[in-house]
Design a protein around this ligand. Structure first.
Ligand SMILES: [Mg+2]
Length: 101
């Protein structure tokens, strides 16, 4: 995770893009990329959405990558590690939604 964060910082810095990377812009970009991922499944039947040919799988992988990039960049603006955030949220979810026995 640290390597990805570092690489994303370098990538933006080398292109002089940091001036565009406000939290607002990154949150908007994250929303756009999430919509692009969602669009892949738009109008598909439920069972159809479970299957993906090689081209669709490649497209899904690219959009997952875009979502991860913007999520990581947004979290980095607040000095947050997305993996730690997810782990912490899972702990809260386990308390909120206990297993019914
Ligand atoms: Mg995209």
């Amino acid at each position: 995770m640290e390597k990805l964060i570092s690489d994303l910082r370098d990538f933006a810095k080398e292109r002089n893009w940091l001036k565009y990377h406000s939290p607002k812009n990154l949150a908007m970009a994250l929303g756009v990329e999430t919509a692009e991922l969602t669009e892949i499944f738009q109008w598909t039947e439920t069972e159809e959405s479970r299957k993906a040919d090689a081209a669709t799988r490649k497209h899904i992988a690219e959009e997952v990558g875009d979502v991860m990039i913007y999520l990581t960049m947004l979290a980095d603006k607040f000095d947050l590690d997305p993996l730690s955030c997810a782990k912490n949220k899972m702990k809260l979810n386990a308390i909120k939604y206990p297993v019914n026995e």
